[in-house]
Design a protein around this ligand. Structure first.
Ligand SMILES: Cc1cc2nc3c(=O)[nH]c(=O)nc-3n(C[C@H](O)[C@H](O)[C@H](O)COP(=O)(O)OP(=O)(O)OC[C@H]3O[C@@H](n4cnc5c(N)ncnc54)[C@H](O)[C@@H]3O)c2cc1C
Length: 406
């Protein structure tokens, strides 16, 4: 919690002793994860050992309610900021880990929100006792890019006792690490949740046991500029049977109840982790090089500090709205925070590079990876559309608060 020494983050003093203890524990795990980040980035491998360490430290079931043996954090448990600060610490160590972690934690929020009591008892137990890892996959972009031969997408048919799924999903985070995936599939045809235009009721959330041999991973597609350690491969479904007891919530509930907006500010927490990682490195670098008397360096350090404070204050504000039960207010503010924090984080990394110079982008400097990761991850939602959505809401127009569709 080195922020206290350098920031206006007086709200940190409001954190409960339990939250502080949890964040200290996360900090210890994150230090080890940071050591492994370069290896996962180079090899594009899932950070398996990081998740094992989180489970060993009793942190992996963060968003599982306490009555089911979890830590009881997150927007449904009245302690949102602790979760987001936890995510920020992990993302600061390795933004790819932050993404895999968010995917896991967000999936458990969905189970808490929508799954039946029986389903919760079964699946929460697997997480708490078995360290099982979850993720949620929509990922069926329909518009092909130049040279792209494959068309992503799934089709689902109802059969006796459940459904059969065929096709593929891209951007399947933790594809080689997760045990279970919540599949967002559309009965109207390919497109998942994000890229389909059918009625909301066509969207089903189905839990898929990833040890099923009809589910395969194609690891030839994932060779991105950044976020390589998320292992967000293409996953293929070959007549995969999904039993009706794996249906989570009523069809369409995900969109009708706006659950994506519980996750939008969570992405911002990860962006902030990346920014803080760059800021910490810049301070060490500039002190070491004795450049801190330079007025331009001082201005860039000032901007970085203010950006990081601002991002924290917004996240704390959105978290308070969730914890106070103001869902519409939290949804509105969450989109604003997502928009703003993207810019604050990208600008902070830019300040770091300009103040430090070229060698800050030479490995093993973590800034080289942070810049690539953040550039790529910020494309998880198009900020032009996020801002236009905020504008439409401000003008009293209808708008899509889940996926910011134009
Ligand atoms: C690191 C990473 C991990 C991810 N992990 C997951 C995951 O675990 N699960 C999951 O479900 N998804 C995940 N996603 C996927 C992500 O949410 C999107 O589905 C993905 O970014 C779509 O790819 P795209 O931006 O190339 O495609 P497109 O959706 O084609 O978007 C390209 C651009 O076109 C814009 N656009 C789209 N439609 C229109 C239109 N009609 N008019 C004008 N502009 C339009 C978009 O806003 C965007 O800017 C992940 C993404 C990243 C980057």
């Amino acid at each position: 919690m080195n922020l206290e020494a350098t920031s206006e983050a007086s709200w940190l003093h409001d954190l409960s002793p339990r939250s502080r203890e949890l964040l200290d524990r996360v900090g210890e795990v994150a230090a080890a994860c940071a050591e492994r980040a370069d290896e996962h980035d180079r090899a594009a491998t899932f950070p398996r050992k990081d998740f094992e360490d989180l489970a060993t430290a009793g942190l992996n079931a963060a968003t599982v309610p306490r009555e089911h043996g979890g830590l009881g954090l997150g927007p449904l448990n009245g302690d949102t900021l602790t979760l987001w600060l936890m995510t920020k610490e992990l993302a600061k160590a390795d933004l790819s880990l932050g993404r895999c972690w968010e995917g896991h934690a967000n999936s458990l929020v969905l189970l808490h929100a929508l799954a039946s009591e029986q389903q919760q008892a079964r699946w929460f137990d697997g997480i708490v006792r078995g360290g099982e890892k979850w993720v949620a996959w929509s990922g069926e972009p329909q518009a092909r890019k130049p040279g792209e031969g494959t068309r992503f997408g799934t089709s689902i048919s109802a059969v006796d006792g459940g459904w059969v799924l065929d096709g593929s999903k891209a951007f399947a985070t933790s594809a080689t690490g997760a045990d279970w995936a919540i599949l967002l599939v559309n009965t109207a045809g390919p497109g998942g949740a994000r890229h389909a235009d059918g009625p909301p009721e066509g969207l089903l959330l189905l839990a898929c046991d990833l040890s099923d041999p009809t589910v395969t991973v194609d690891d030839s597609w994932w060779d991105p500029i950044g976020m390589r350690g998320t292992a967000s491969h293409v996953v293929e479904f070959h007549q995969t049977f999904l039993p009706e007891e794996h249906l989570i919530g009523t069809p369409g509930a995900y969109l009708h109840e706006g659950w994506q907006s519980a996750f939008t500010p969570h992405y911002a927490a990860s962006f902030l982790g990346a920014a803080e990682g760059a800021f910490d490195y810049a301070r060490e670098y500039l002190l070491r090089q004795e450049k801190t008397a330079d007025p331009y360096v001082q201005q860039r350090a000032g901007s970085m500090a203010v950006n990081i404070d601002t991002a924290h204050l917004w996240l704390a504000h959105v978290a308070r709205l969730w914890d106070g039960g103001d869902r519409p207010g939290a949804q509105r503010a969450g989109n604003r925070a997502r928009h703003l924090v993207e810019h604050l984080a990208l600008e902070t990394v830019d300040h770091c590079v300009r103040a430090c110079g070229a060698r800050s982008l030479v490995r093993p400097s973590p800034v080289e990876r942070i810049l690539r990761d953040l550039t790529f991850y910020a494309r998880h939602d198009n900020d032009d559309h996020v801002l236009a959505t905020i504008g439409r809401a401000a003008l009293g127009q209808t708008h899509d608060s889940s996926f910011f569709k134009p």
